[in-house]
Design a protein around this ligand. Structure first.
Ligand code: SF4
Length: 223
C-alpha cells in the first residue's frame, strides 16, 4: 500500500496481485473477500440474483459480454447488443457539448441499427456558471455551465429506455446518473489530456512517464 489512508483501511482487492477469484484457482491472499465469504452469504447472494429484474440485466450482460469477447466487438456494438437483449428501443445520449460530433456519429449508428435516439447535450439550458455560483474556470468552454439536472430531466420526459453517457465531467456524471430515470451505461469517460482514455495514464504511471507523478501526493493536497 502506498499511503497512510490505505493502511488505515487495510488491504483489499485494490492491493491484490493474485486475482484468484476470477479463475477459481484458490490463490487467495490473506485479506481476500472471496475466501472470507460465508456459505450462507453466498446462498443469500444467489437468491438476490434470482430477482426477475436483476436476473434480466445479468443474463443480458453476460450473453452480451460473451459475444463481444468472441466477436471482438467494440463498446458501441456491445452497448447495442445489450440494448437489444433488454428490449431497450429508445436510447438517450447524454453527450458532452465538446463531443457533439461524436454524438452525431453515435446517433447515426444507433438509428442505422433500428433504435430511436434522443440526445441531450450537457450545456442544454445555457445556465451560466455565474448564475450557479460555481467557479468559472473548470474548462475553456465559455461561461455556460454543464447542466446535468436538466439533461436528465429532458431525457426522462422523452421516456428513454436506456441512457448512454458520453464524456460527462466527473461529478456531472454523478448528478446525471442520480437523476436519470432510465438505467445508465457509460460509453465515453472524459479525459481531457488523454483523448478520453484514462487507463493510458494508469498503464504509464509505473514507468518513466509524466503520469508517474500521480504516485506521489499532489502538492496541492498536502496538509
Ligand atoms: S477477491 Fe480475493 S483474489 Fe479476488 S481480487 Fe479480491 S483479494 Fe484478490
Amino acid at each position: 500500500m502506498d499511503n497512510e489512508h490505505a493502511a488505515a483501511y487495510g488491504p483489499s482487492c485494490a492491493d491484490c496481485g493474485s486475482g484468484g477469484c476470477a479463475d477459481g484457482s484458490g490463490a487467495y491472499p490473506p485479506f481476500c473477500a472471496t475466501a472470507a465469504l460465508a456459505a450462507e452469504d453466498r446462498a443469500a447472494l444467489l437468491e438476490q440474483y434470482r430477482d426477475e429484474e436483476v436476473y434480466r440485466i445479468m443474463a443480458a450482460a453476460s450473453d452480451t459480454a460473451r459475444l463481444a469477447f468472441d466477436e471482438h466487438w467494440c463498446r458501441v456494438e456491445e452497448t447495442m447488443e445489450y440494448a437489444r437483449r433488454t428490449g431497450a428501443r429508445k436510447l438517450g445520449i447524454a453527450v458532452c457539448s465538446g463531443l457533439l460530433g461524436e454524438g452525431r456519429t453515435l446517433a447515426r449508428i444507433l438509428r442505422a441499427n433500428g433504435f430511436d435516439v434522443y440526445g441531450m447535450a450537457c450545456k442544454v439550458g445555457s445556465l451560466t456558471r455565474a448564475e450557479l455560483g460555481v467557479a468559472d474556470s473548470c474548462c475553456d468552454y465559455g461561461a455556460v455551465s454543464c447542466d446535468p439536472l436538466l439533461q436528465a430531466r429532458l431525457l426522462n420526459e422523452a421516456g428513454t429506455d436506456l441512457n448512454i453517457v458520453m464524456g460527462l465531467c466527473v461529478g456531472h456524471d454523478i448528478l446525471f446518473a442520480q437523476r436519470s430515470a432510465a438505467p445508465c451505461t457509460t460509453l465515453v469517460v472524459k479525459d481531457r489530456a488523454l483523448v478520453h482514455n484514462p487507463v493510458a495514464a494508469l498503464h504509464a504511471a509505473c514507468g518513466p512517464s509524466p503520469y508517474n507523478r500521480m504516485l506521489k501526493q499532489h502538492p496541492a493536497w498536502r496538509a
